[in-house]
Design a protein around this ligand. Sequence first.
Ligand code: GCW
Length: 677
Amino acid sequence: AEDGYELWLRYHPLPAEQRALYAPATSQLVMPTPSPTLVAAKDELLRGLNGLLSQRPASVERVSASGLIVGTPQSNPQIARLDVGLKGLAAQGYVIRHRRVDDQTVVVIAANDDVGVLYGVFHFLRLLQTQQPLGNLNVTESSRIQLRMLNHWDNLDRTVERGYSGFSLWDWHKLPDYLDPRYTDYARANASIGINATVLTNVNANATSLTAPYLEKAAALAKVFRPYGIRVFLTARFSAPVEIGGLKTADPADPGVQQWWKDKAAEVYKYIPDFGGFLVKANSEGQPGPQDYGRTHADGANMLADAVKPFGGIVIWRAFVYSHEQPDDRAKQAYDEFVPLDGKFRDNVLVQVKNGAIDFQPREPFHPLFGAMPKTPLAMEFQITKEYLGFATHLVYLGAFYEEVLRSDTYRPRQGSTVAKVLDGSVNNYAHTAIAGVANIGTDRNWSGAQFEQANWYAFGRLAWNPMLSSKDIAEEWVRMTFSNDPQFVKPVVAMMMKSHEAVVDYMTPLGLHHVMGRGHHYGPGPWVEGGPRADWTSVYYHRADAQGIGFNRTKTGSNAVAQYAPPVAAQFGDLKRVPEQFLLWFHHVPWDYRTQSGRILWDELVYRYTRGVDTVREMEGTWQGLAPFVDAERYQQVAAFLKIQENEAKWWRDASIAYFQTFSKRPLPAGFAPPE
Ligand code: GCW
């Protein structure tokens, strides 16, 4: 059935003229497979060629017609003899080149390591899937980001925190004995976009995942993923020594606790010899941590780092902290707690920072920590699952937003030091580099809860591989692979995807508004949310609407969060005249009659943007309606139905928000705007 299970790895027959072009070039294959990874690579290649071209290339030792030569200098003697430019290529990098070998024109897919070969094979198949000319191939690819990882927020009972695509893929009950074939497809999909690490468990999970029976289950998954170059990580609950170790304390200064973690690490590595390490959420939202014992985040991280160090493991310590005491501005807390610790972490610790300082909002300015910890490798944490962006039913292409964040200039230490360059280590020479995405994957047949959610998984992986890629090019690639190469389809769909992020910002949080969702579920509008356990769990804390105006004053006269940015950035964000309008209310409390760039006063501009958001969704629906002939009915209808939901809910957001904020602005709807339907 056309339910989206195949993701972008759809190897359906290409049109005849395309097949006629590609088939001769792939008639023979020289590819010895002395390792499980090379076996996987060859399987994939054959599966792809068989599907796309209905062709099974003859496996030969030397070509006597045009064909493919694939492998590493170790696995394939022919590659050892060819100069294809493998010297200096980073681990997992690959080349694809045309060469004359044995008087034949061949395509060489080569790498220094087996995983590079696998990636090269996926790249080659992508060229066919997207119907690229095979002209004179000259591809050199490698990633500067060493760890391109998914973070699963999966609990052991198979619920998924902030997951909207069914239950956890990990069937703990049947592991380790039953290995669902889906685990292999998961690994294939990830490898196809260069993802090479996965954290199996939720950062909020309990310590059970570190007990022997669960380590055995995790080891079974690791074994499935290994040929695909994917290393397994687990979350570590800081209080595990108490909960599963029977100790009285989890104090990182306690020698007994230190020893417990050393023993635990040794045990984990017995099960999973290439275990990646631990991801830790500590002293945040009620999770235990070193501060419970008067120690710092560095003390906690270093204790774990020492435990995994002998085995080559790393510790990824999250900077998404906010403590029991309420800060004057929650946006400042991570920076305030972590900058003083720069230089105090072991060399096998990374600090993982969310893209923005609040929490995965539809749009946020880049987190001020990027660039501010030159001695500590910082990892990016993006959210792929759309906790605050309409879950799976709203069509929002996040590639555009990831790109916006990655290209933001931190000005640390100087202009041009973009977030991407901080992450890839080129600014501060980080020894470890990583980008993580909170997965949107579950047991739904289509994996991600909606056809277009797959694009966010795909775009995340592609940008983690190369943060300089254009999100528009990625969208086009994905559309061609997932749906159709027909330009009459590709063009409008890419255009629709590219405006979809701006649309959700418009109808949910225009002009820098943030955290105005319903409390707890974060789904619908809730700008009126007040009361409750703490001020920063309300919406009124963030929008601060009153009779004068709206917005959070984070300038010198307010919380002064702007001062956490490099001076040129702080000067820009802090200046009402120069702040990019998309962050206006993020940094400023602005009078209702303030004149915005359009010439409209703020109140009118707000109404305009909410309205524009709904209008864009309607345009998206219109676009999709015209495309029925290009898509199978099953996927077409799901997308159409979800767009309808999105339209209704965009109206809900618009009308609820305007009605609520109008109680402060006390202004009429601007002329030309229909009252809420
Ligand atoms: O975005 C918030 C979510 C929590 C999540 C937390 C975090 C895993 O609402 O569900 O918990 O962030 O990132 O730790």
